[in-house]
Ligand binder design. Structure first.
Ligand SMILES: [Zn+2]
Length: 565
């Protein structure tokens, strides 16, 4: 069956799955989320997936103000290739007052499912799992792995969810997609700084106020400056659509002793939203200076403590491919133009970006936070959007993991030519590796055999030598449109040389991993088994990679070449 037909046929199963997730409370606070993780894991296992349960150590859970948390990882390997992680969270904010339905009954009214978490983000767990299921059930031959990460601490900062999974090395994705909206692909979002300010003076009887130092009067002076700063911020609108201007809110204040006492201490907390255009360290330093200057009054002491700093999300290289694919597929599925935007809120996505993983936000959700009633009474999801987002995700993943996604007709011919170069190298007594450089129209510009001989140069790999020659002869802007064909995957050294030369595209035969199985730790070729995509992903410009291709022919070049005596 085709992916579209599978997604369509499973609409009822998806609605039941989401309803079950909503019916099991997972309010955070208090953050006792293990029962929900257990239910989610068993529901996913019923769909035929293996679920890893990663229990977060109790001390860590407590340190983050929660009671229990278990992160789930579902991995499905379709074949060799990049790993794309999909992250959604199962914890929800408490329901609060004013619901028209029971927040845990998953009631459906006019096509909308109501319930806490129905939109944020249990619907994303549902669409991610069912997108993966559709890919698996379609039998599509794909090159790569899809992981779904279900975490339980988004509402408290994501440190023991995605932050912990990545820090512990439990997942090392090449790309990630995190919970988001259906009608926009979010590529950037705000960060957030929380500061606590303690203003200390000296108490005194209200009959003799001049004998004390009024902390409230001092706090008022500080607040006046902060509100002036807030007005000034309104004009600093971000260049990214959807982000708006930075925000500043003083959300909490407490202090005072009694009506007839000069207050000795005022404590307040502020929330500063940091746009992707701003530098968080500069923002914090600026606020600290402003508060210190305004509070510099006789007998007054001001202490400032950072409570939280969530850095803004800015797009990493590689995210544009995710965004472009999702926008195109979602536009077709929703029959409306879906583009990229920024979001004023901050999310767990920043943890992936901080780990160097290109990430965008996309998932099941209404047009806007307001329409979803997210974090309010009557949270809801429009079920047709859940189904459409699942299809858009499945089609995007299929495209992103398509083997030889961008293999153009002449690639096979040119790759086979690099095999001929490898054969010639072997015939000349060298190692059986060859590479060639083709121009934008497929014309062969240079060929290079392995260069181990005559001087036993252990760094004489064909791709490294070729990249150096190409860099000397051509400019980087031309090389960006060229393709290097290599009889086997470039090693870390060669991938580095390709990157520095500016060559824009690589097509290779068998993988380094495969080659290592053939050479073992052969003295002349102790294969360095690291995917070239990993090297390129660390760079600051994109290198398109196509491979492995024509693996059997590539392997055949090495038959009997690495025998030992
Ligand atoms: Zn190499």
């Amino acid at each position: 069956m085709k992916i579209g037909e599978i997604v369509e046929s499973q609409a009822a199963a998806r609605e039941e799955f989401l309803a079950a997730l909503v019916r099991q409370p997972s309010d955070n606070p208090p953050g006792d989320c293990n029962p929900h993780a257990a239910l989610t894991a068993s529901l996913i296992e019923e769909l035929g997936f293996t679920v890893e349960r990663h229990v977060v150590p109790e001390t860590l859970v407590k340190a983050h103000g929660m009671i229990s948390a278990t992160n789930l990882i579902i991995r499905h390997c379709f074949g060799e290739g990049p790993t794309i992680a999909l992250n959604a969270h199962g914890d929800v904010v408490p329901p609060g007052e004013g619901w028209r339905t029971d927040p845990y009954r998953s009631e459906i009214i006019d096509g909308w499912m109501y319930g806490r978490g129905a939109a944020v983000s249990k619907s994303d767990i549902c669409s991610y799992i069912f997108a993966l299921k559709a890919l698996r059930d379609s039998g599509a031959s794909l090159a790569g792995t899809v992981e779904v990460h279900v975490t339980y601490d988004e509402e408290t900062g994501g440190e023991i969810g995605p932050g912990w999974l990545l820090a512990e090395g439990l997942s090392k994705p090449d790309y990630a997609i995190a919970a988001g909206f259906s009608y926009s692909v979010v590529t950037a979002h705000n960060g957030c700084l929380h500061l606590e300010v303690a203003v200390r003076g000296k108490s005194a009887h209200a009959a003799k106020p001049e004998t004390g130092h009024d902390a409230l009067a001092a706090a008022t002076a500080i607040l006046t400056q902060l509100y002036a700063e807030r007005d000034a911020l309104r004009t600093r609108v971000s260049s990214i659509p959807g982000i708006g201007a930075p925000g500043l809110t003083v959300g909490l204040i407490q202090g005072g002793i009694n009506t007839n006492v000069v207050p000795d201490k005022i404590r307040f907390r502020l929330d500063r939203r940091i746009t992707p255009d701003e530098n968080p360290a500069e923002v914090e330093a600026g606020l600290r200076a402003l508060i210190a200057a305004a509070g510099d009054l006789p007998g007054i002491r001001v202490e400032i403590a950072q409570i939280l700093l969530a850095k803004p999300l800015t797009p990493l290289p590689g995210a544009e491919r995710l965004a472009e694919t999702l926008c195109r597929q979602a536009s077709a599925v929703f029959a409306t133009e879906i583009g990229t935007s920024g979001a004023p809120l901050y999310t767990d996505a920043r943890h992936y970006a901080a780990a160097g993983v290109p990430i965008v936000l996309y998932g099941a959700g209404p047009q806007s936070i307001e329409e979803a009633n997210a974090h309010r009474a009557d949270e809801r999801i429009f079920l047709p959007d859940l189904h459409r987002a699942t299809l858009a995700l499945a089609l995007s993943l299929a495209e992103l993991l398509a083997p030889r996604a961008d293999l153009i007709p002449q690639d096979e011919t040119l790759l086979r030519k690099s095999f001929e170069v490898a054969k010639a190298a072997r015939a000349a007594g060298c190692h059986p590796f060859g590479a060639l450089l083709a121009g934008p129209d497929g014309e062969v510009l240079m060929e290079q055999q392995n260069g181990f001989l005559p001087e036993h140069d252990m760094t004489g790999h064909a791709e490294r030598i070729l990249s150096g020659r190409a860099s000397v002869k051509y400019g980087a802007s031309f090389l960006r449109r060229c393709t290097l064909y290599s009889s086997a995957e470039p090693c870390a050294m060669c991938a580095g040389a390709i990157y520095w030369s500016g060559i824009g595209r690589v097509v290779y035969g068998m993988s380094e991993h495969n080659l290592k199985q053939i050479t073992g730790d052969h003295a002349e070729n102790p294969t360095l088994d690291l995917p070239c995509r990993t090297i390129f992903a660390a760079g600051q410009r994109d290198v398109q990679v196509v491979g492995p291709c024509l693996v059997e022919e590539s392997r055949a070049l090495h038959e009997g070449a690495w025998a030992r005596n």
